[in-house]
Design a binder for this molecule. Structure first.
Ligand code: B1M
Length: 210
């Protein structure tokens, strides 16, 4: 059983070189990539979040930790996912307006890509009208909205409303996720699904494909 504490410490101390080294060491020791992600990187990021909240870490440090995690996610990328392929659906995914958090959204995009979906990752701070424009442009069947802030959750509803107003609601399944989002909230805003993490988001997207 690996001790993920060293990885968590490296992330919390923003030591990217050490973190990358530990990830590579664990991979060489045949530790499952999903365990490295969940028990090492995501667990570490949760502690970063606690320290941010208590004032023990500041934004520049949190950003450095996020960049270190992003570098490790790139290493894990080819090794994660379900790899089933052949699911013909176009997905657009983005973090809603006002919200700059992208690590979780990128993980969702990555899992969906590795499940064979055609994923267009729009990025962060995406306005409702831009989601609508991209649905039209890409002829998308699934739209995934991410929000990490309670203050940007209303932008999810605004995005759903904009899709309804555009007349495209019948064409797309709308999925929502992100730490503050719940199934109850998803139901309230008229989304088709809520996924708690990247793996379940990918499974749900595939379940929407006929
Ligand atoms: Co921010 N931040 N942040 N932050 N940040 C949180 C979210 C916070 C909880 C920290 C805290 O105080 N404890 C808090 C929000 C509090 C609240 O709203 N109740 C917070 C705050 C307050 C802020 C600022 C307002 C701080 C400030 O400026 N004073 C500011 C806002 C900026 C903005 O967005 N406008 C801010 C800024 C930042 C950074 C830029 C420094 C950085 C983001 C860098 C980046 O993303 N490139 C950052 C970070 C890193 C965090 C924490 C520490 C980590 C987030 C993360 O990446 N987690 C976070 C604390 C925390 O979450 N523990 C925090 C790892 C990631 C894998 O998990 O994103 O949850 P997550 O994704 C999961 C699931 O949620 C789900 O699947 C993912 C993988 O399993 N999922 C989906 C996500 N999206 C989905 C979409 C789907 C389905 C599933 O679609 C269908």
């Amino acid at each position: 059983m690996t001790d993920f504490n060293a990885m968590i410490d490296a992330l919390v101390s923003c030591d990217a070189a050490k973190l990358i080294d530990l990830v590579n060491q664990d991979l060489a020791a045949d530790i499952a990539p999903n365990d490295i992600l969940n028990k090492g990187l995501i667990a570490g990021m949760d502690i970063v979040g606690e320290k941010m909240e208590s004032g023990d870490m500041f934004i520049p440090e949190v950003l450095m930790a996020a960049q270190a995690m992003g570098a490790c996610v790139e290493i894990l990328k080819p090794l994660l996912g379900e790899g089933e392929g052949n699911a013909a659906a176009v997905v657009i995914i983005g973090t809603v307006k006002g919200d700059l958090h992208d690590i979780g959204k990128n993980l969702v995009a990555m899992m969906m890509e590795s499940a064979g979906l055609e994923v267009h990752n729009l990025g962060v701070d995406i306005a409702p009208e831009d989601f609508v424009a991209e649905i039209k442009k890409k002829n998308a069947q699934i739209v995934c909205l991410s929000a990490l802030l309670t203050t940007t959750m209303p932008a999810m509803k605004q995005t759903v409303d904009a899709i309804v107003e555009s007349g495209l609601r019948g064409q797309v399944k709308i999925m929502v996720g992100g730490a503050p989002v719940t199934q109850v909230f998803a139901d309230e805003i008229g989304a088709d699904g809520f996924a708690v993490d990247a793996g379940s988001a990918s499974k749900m997207a595939k379940s929407f494909i006929k």
